[in-house]
Design a protein around this ligand. Structure first.
Ligand code: NAD
Length: 275
């Protein structure tokens, strides 16, 4: 039985993960963490997720009294919380599936250090379809090259706090890598347009974000040429698919050697592509 700790257990994804774990044989939730002061602390994680009691109370520290009874942690929280949980998992020597988005350079450094002794999956999007889209975007960018302008459009629910989405950035990075440039270091990303912008810089990759209502997550990569346009679109209609993908990732990660892996490793979609 694979024992899972769920971080952010009372959040939208935390609850979806607890429900998803209940649908899969061979995995069980044995620990659940929430932020200090959260009103659901002490309550049963199963009940908080809208299901039957699991006999696991929400706690504020994963390595506090009686903590640490788990094999892997699934973390879909906030960048600051993910940093705390990474440090705790390093102390406890437990692997992690990290789905939090908006992570910064400090996370990349900490994750690289932790991955010397721990297996980690870092995935801005744990759905099978999005990871297939990443591979398709690479193929399209490599085939079309400078003949097409690349634009990424994403849409999410009104509660999302980071923009563009981690998945949009992953799609942009996939296109950039296939075009032989680095999205960050080469400064090719265009994240806002307003006023007199001048013409579109050649080789740039544009990002646009829509926020509203209950949109679970939509992404389109546009390859816009002269006389034709290729569009690669993914639409999530239920966050259950992210949770199912994360549980699949945890099962794949169990027993793997230390290192940083991606969903594309889990799904056998090729080695290229980061979070
Ligand atoms: P949410 O706000 O509903 O849930 C986050 C939870 O984390 C909250 O309950 C919050 O109280 C908790 N939290 C905050 N600090 C904590 C701490 N120190 N310790 C423990 N828990 C803490 O948000 P959400 O919609 O569930 O999304 C969470 C993250 O997952 C976001 O970064 C989002 O972009 C990302 N996400 C990733 C995927 C994917 O496929 N990888 C899919 C959906 C969402």
């Amino acid at each position: 039985m694979l024992k899972l700790a769920i971080a952010g257990a009372a959040g939208r994804m935390g609850c979806a993960l607890i429900r998803a774990a209940g649908r899969v044989d061979g995995v069980t939730v044995t620990a659940a963490v929430e932020r200090a002061g959260h009103p659901a602390l002490g309550e049963d994680a199963g009940a908080v997720a809208g299901g039957a009691d699991l006999g696991v109370a929400l706690q504020s520290k994963i390595d506090g009294d009686g903590g640490g009874d788990f094999d892997l942690m699934l973390d879909f929280t906030t960048p600051a919380a993910t940093m705390e949980h990474l440090a705790a998992c390093r102390r406890l020597q437990r692997g992690m599936v990290i789905g939090t988005t908006g992570l910064g350079d400090d996370f990349d450094t900490a994750a690289r250090d932790a991955a010397a002794t721990l297996p980690l999956i870092v995935a801005a999007n744990t759905s099978v379809g999005v990871n297939l889209c990443l591979a398709l975007v690479e193929t399209a960018a490599a085939a079309l090259g400078a003949r097409a302008d690349v634009e990424i459009i994403e849409a999410h629910h009104r509660h999302k706090v980071d923009a563009p989405s981690g998945t949009a950035l992953a799609l942009g990075r996939a296109a950039a890598e296939a075009l032989g440039v680095d999205l960050g270091a080469d400064g090719v990303g265009v994240f806002a347009r307003h006023g007199h912008t001048g013409p579109r810089p050649a080789g740039s990759i544009g990002f646009s974000s829509v926020r509203g209502g209950d949109i679970a997550g939509e992404h389109t990569a546009l390859f816009i040429g002269d006389g034709e346009r290729v569009e690669i679109t993914h639409r999530a209609t239920d966050r259950r698919l992210f949770a199912d993908g994360a549980i699949k990732a945890a099962q794949w990660l169990a027993g793997k050697p230390p290192g940083i892996y991606t969903m594309r490793d889990v799904l056998g979609l090729g080695a290229r592509g980061g979070r």
